[in-house]
Design a protein around this ligand. Structure first.
Ligand code: SAH
Ligand code: SF4
Ligand code: F3S
Length: 465
């Protein structure tokens, strides 16, 4: 296990270390744990930190959640269905508890950070033992210690913006690693709950990030993904401001084979960043640039602070500087007040830009956000018709755009055996697109060269070279 040696909250980490050791000696501690993760990469990475802390307590990871006697739900609340999914699964655990009375259940993550939610959940789901928010993750050992030593449930949700450092991490994959560069978001897009549940923007110290990257390099990492809700704001809040482009330049010098990052807000995508990418050796030619809508009126209501033309201009600049770059986006349909014309504007933008992939969502009202009280709710049937139209268009276009890779050489970082066959492996290519090629278990975790031969569904197929 790696430990990022660092000390923004050294005292606190020491304190948590004390509880970790206490728990490791407790006779009533669970034998095994399982973390169920919902939501985005931030949550996935938080789960890796939970796993790291639990391992230090001498609790092993179970392979199936049915077998674990401690289950943690790391929740997401970005849309209503994300919440519903988590709550549904928590209810299911009640049955498991009947069979295993020792079972301890914790709920954490973004959903718990919603105002009043933790209390509400504990009232409705009395069998939950512990609930804590994203801002308390680093205090997990202490909270867990309290839970193990009492019969009541523990709820802790603070509204403090912290930059936790020095937490142990057990990464899901050895060759691929997430590195958080900043926490929180200041943008308050009118539909979005993230600023409410993840707090204000705060950047990690560049020295700490570089140190973490260096230790990963020594342990053989092949690819890192830098995480932040809006990476282009990185460093603006530091005592000595340090731009995201400068951070990338430093990391690029380090000989980590592959570097990716997400997410970029179009309003903050600087020329400096584009030039840095173009001049770099290890930053991959891939960009996730959420557009959300193609209509200026809707973009305005969304508080996105750019126009359709400005977005298209950023894409042009990216493509000029990095020819063939893989481009993905996020799109919301059915935002309050979205007219047929607004929706057609989104369709025409998709047609014009030609994304390599698009994550499409039906607008979901979130309590406390500005859009939740806007007039002009779109009825679910219309929203669902619109998203289907959009998905169909994107699928058709995607087939065309992906053809540009056929015949080209690619390099993939092999993630595992392909789902379809044991004689094939799959992984992500340089442009962020999934590729399947002939291979076996020995290839897993390694970068392999191939030539793209065709496409099947949304993945590319390739032959070895
Ligand atoms: N910070 C990132 C990702 C935020 S969440 C960014 O700014 O791009 C990922 C995506 O979820 C968003 O890009 C948006 O498309 C979608 N999303 C966020 N809130 C939503 C809501 N209330 N309803 C539907 N989709 C939403
Ligand atoms: Fe949400 Fe907007 Fe922040 Fe992204 S930039 S996390 S969409 S508020
Ligand atoms: Fe991510 Fe969901 Fe939280 S998208 S930041 S886990 S609300």
């Amino acid at each position: 296990m790696e430990r990022i040696n660092q000390t923004v909250t050294a005292e606190e980490i020491k304190r948590q270390q004390f509880f970790t050791e206490e728990i490791s000696r407790l006779p009533q501690k669970p034998e095994s744990f399982f973390v169920v993760t919902y939501g985005c990469q931030m949550n996935a990475h938080d789960s890796e930190k939970l796993a790291g802390m639990l391992a230090e307590m001498g609790i092993r990871e179970a392979t199936r959640r049915e077998d674990a006697d401690f289950v943690i739900f790391n929740t997401c609340c970005i849309r209503e269905n994300a919440e519903r999914k988590a709550l549904g699964n928590i209810t299911w655990l009640r049955e498991i508890r009947k069979k295993n009375p020792r079972l301890i259940i914790a709920v954490c993550g973004c959903m718990i950070q919603e105002p009043g939610m933790a209390e509400k959940i504990l009232k409705q789901y009395r069998f939950i033992n512990l609930a804590f928010g994203t801002s308390n993750l680093h205090k997990f050992p202490e909270l867990f210690y309290r839970t193990l030593n009492s019969n009541c449930s523990t709820v802790v949700v603070e509204d403090r913006d912290v930059v936790p450092e020095g937490l142990p991490i057990i990464r899901a994959r050895k060759e691929f690693a997430y590195i958080t560069v900043m926490y929180g978001c200041n943008n308050f897009c009118s539909y979005c709950i993230v600023p409410f549940v993840r707090g204000r923007e705060r950047s990690r110290n560049p020295g700490m990030i570089l140190k973490e990257a260096e230790s990963l390099l020594h342990s053989g990492v092949q690819e890192i993904m830098l995480l932040g809700q809006n990476v282009n704001s990185y460093g603006k809040d530091l005592e000595k401001p340090f731009s995201f482009a400068s951070l990338l330049k430093e990391l690029d010098r380090m000989e980590i084979p592959r570097i990716r990052f997400m997410t970029s807000h179009p309003k903050d995508l600087s020329d400096e960043l584009i030039e840095t990418m173009a001049g770099s050796t290890h930053i991959l030619p891939q960009f996730h640039l959420p557009v959300q809508s193609g209509s200026d009126a809707i973009l305005k209501k969304m508080n996105r602070k750019y126009t359709r033309m400005q977005y298209i201009d950023r894409v042009r600049k990216l493509r000029e500087a990095i020819p063939g770059i893989g481009l993905s986006t996020d799109i919301i349909v059915g935002f309050p007040g979205e007219t047929e014309d607004d929706f057609e504007a989104t369709m025409s933008l998709v047609e014009q830009v030609r994304f390599d992939s698009a994550f499409t969502f039906i607008y979901s009202p979130r309590v406390g956000t500005a859009a939740a009280s806007m007039d002009g709710r779109i009825d679910p049937l219309t929203a669902s018709e619109r998203i289907q139209k959009l998905i169909l268009l994107q699928e058709q276009l995607q087939k065309e755009t992906m053809k540009r890779f056929i015949g080209q050489r690619e390099e993939i970082l092999v993630e595992g055996l392909s789902r379809r066959s044991d004689l094939e492996v799959s992984g992500k290519g340089l442009h962020g697109i999934s590729v399947t090629m002939p291979g076996n278990e020995d290839d897993i975790g390694k970068i392999r060269s191939c030539r793209i031969t065709g496409l099947k569904n949304n993945t590319l197929t390739a032959e070895k070279v």
